[in-house]
Design a protein around this ligand. Structure first.
Ligand SMILES: Cc1cc2nc3c(=O)[nH]c(=O)nc-3n(C[C@H](O)[C@H](O)[C@H](O)COP(=O)(O)O)c2cc1C
Length: 256
């Protein structure tokens, strides 16, 4: 296996970090890797906010569904889906004059532009994860940055067309750390050829068989099987309801 494949294969989400600052050299390599990611039309429709103030980390650890390990991460990055710069640049380029002269209307950034910027931001984000891993720096995505949009907007000074889309914690692996290889579904249920396959009940049962070992009887959710337990813990949980509310709020601006 080559080094790139080894790096991809050995990566696992890391939530406990060595108490060591990320070196400037490593940070530089990680950020350069982000910026080399493919990007729609070479527009770089994202911004990366480095969270270096402890006070901000502390606040994000609370607002992102109370995950205390966030405040202990030596480095935290927020990835922003960003159409603001191009929107402002078009204005600077007298787009209004151009449109008037050519009898056209301005097309403001909309949901499609938002999704494209999300693609850009997430692809750059994953490059940082892999680059970091190759430098013995572990990482963990924090999806909960999608919650509490109004608060994060204020906290990070975000303008109207800049939306935080993911957050990543980084830190060196502790000495002697042993990689945890977390189970994945079987490839035949993930990779299809030429068209989507809606899975039959039998196939779904087979797909989830290994996950069902994680079911705990007499759980606090009163769930009678793994599906019920997982739903109660994630999809039906309070944080998901907050994410739903917050994302609705995010989309309002892009739908205007
Ligand atoms: C979009 C996304 C959001 C995630 N959000 C969180 C999070 O908020 N907190 C956390 O501890 N892990 C989070 N994770 C990490 C996943 O739990 C982890 O990737 C998954 O359990 C598989 O484990 P592995 O990465 O070690 O293989 C997130 C991962 C992704 C891709």
């Amino acid at each position: 296996m080559n080094d790139v494949l080894k790096t991809i294969t050995q990566r696992n989400s890391l939530r406990k970090y060595k108490n060591k600052r990320i070196s400037d050299e490593d940070l530089n390599l990680i950020l350069e890797s982000a910026m080399r990611a493919p990007t729609a039309g070479n527009q770089m429709l994202y911004s990366i906010i480095l969270i270096t103030k402890q006070e901000l980390k502390d606040k994000l650890a609370i607002s992102c569904d109370n995950q205390p390990f966030i405040k202990k991460a030596p480095l935290v990055m927020v990835f922003v889906a960003d159409q603001q710069k191009w929107h402002d640049y078009y204005k600077l380029s007298d787009i209004d004059g151009y449109l008037k002269e050519n009898n056209k209307l301005y097309r403001k950034p909309k949901e499609s532009d938002f999704l494209l910027a999300c693609e850009d931001a997430l692809i750059a984000a994953q490059n940082t994860v892999i680059a970091a891993e190759s430098l013995n720096i572990g990482s963990c995505y924090i999806g909960d940055i999608l919650e509490n949009f109004e608060y994060h907007k204020e906290l990070l000074n975000l303008p109207e067309y800049a939306t935080p889309i993911t957050m990543i914690c980084f830190g060196y692996y502790e000495d002697g750390y042993k990689t945890i290889r977390r189970d994945r579904f079987d490839r035949k249920y993930i990779v299809f050829e030429n068209s989507y396959e809606r899975l039959s009940d039998e196939k779904l049962e087979d797909m989830f068989k290994s996950r069902e070992k994680l079911y705990v009887e007499n759980n606090k959710y009163n769930a009678k099987n793994f599906g019920q337990m997982f739903y109660a813990r994630k999809t039906g949980a309070e944080f998901s309801a907050e994410m739903e509310r917050s994302v609705k709020e995010i989309l309002k601006k892009w739908k205007e």
